[in-house]
Design a protein around this ligand. Structure first.
Ligand code: HEC
Length: 188
């Protein structure tokens, strides 16, 4: 019986000592016994890599690959191409759907209002301080443009207007077009 008690106490003492020496920081892995493949030789994305011919870890996508959810647009940046886009592209969003219009309004306020003005008249703060003012989006010219052409203008820019293709994803460009249509409807 005495032996049992000494033995149990010895085990408890051992556990106690293990706890003190191995478990100093609960956020850190303590002892790895035979780690084998647990710790692999992973390279950081931007670090050099001796195993690839071009010496970099991050490889370029295979030519012709298309990112998921991204639709390639085969249009040049010219005005003729914007007219062609107007004929060939249709707005996939219902222009009367409130949540889409809300999203379009948000995009318009962030990206377009600074030049085109809150109501689309071309009197945004940037235009009033020296940037070539755009024509009003409420005039016939913009009204007659097809949705696809305005989508192309946002994607590629238009004469004095810079491109917003890299800032606004395709769905958001379409809902912005819907919102411009709404502005045109409500402000004759
Ligand atoms: C930096 C200022 C600026 C911003 C921001 C801007 N535009 Fe423009 N936009 C212009 C200018 C300037 C023109 C006129 C281009 C020209 O004729 O030289 C223009 C022209 C246009 C036209 C053609 C209007 C017509 O009747 O010819 C449309 C449509 C248009 N912009 C839509 C947009 C949309 C949508 C956004 C937001 C995604 C936007 N613009 C953001 C400056 C801007």
């Amino acid at each position: 019986m005495k032996k049992m008690i000494v033995f149990t106490l010895a085990i408890v003492l051992c556990l106690f000592l293990f706890d003190i020496f191995l478990g100093k920081n609960p956020a850190q892995r303590s002892l790895d016994f035979m780690p084998d493949m647990v710790i692999s030789a992973a390279f950081k994305a931007e670090s050099p890599n001796p195993y690839f011919l071009n010496g970099q870890t991050q490889q370029n996508p295979v030519p012709g690959s298309i990112a998921r959810g991204f639709k390639p647009l085969n249009f040049g940046a010219s005005i003729e191409e914007s007219v062609r886009a107007g004929k060939e592209l249709t707005n996939p969003f219902n222009s009367q759907n409130e949540p889409d219009l809300e999203r379009g309004k948000k995009m318009y306020k962030i990206y377009c209002q600074v030049c085109h003005g809150a109501g689309g008249e071309g009197n945004g703060p940037v235009s009033l301080r020296g940037y070539p003012p755009p024509p009003s989006l409420l005039l016939d010219n913009a009204r007659k443009m097809k949705d696809g052409q305005i989508f192309h203008i946002i994607s590629n820019g238009y004469k004095n207007m810079p491109s917003y293709g890299s800032q606004i994803v395709q769905q958001d460009r379409w809902v912005t077009v819907s919102y411009i249509r709404k502005l045109q409807e409500t402000q004759p």
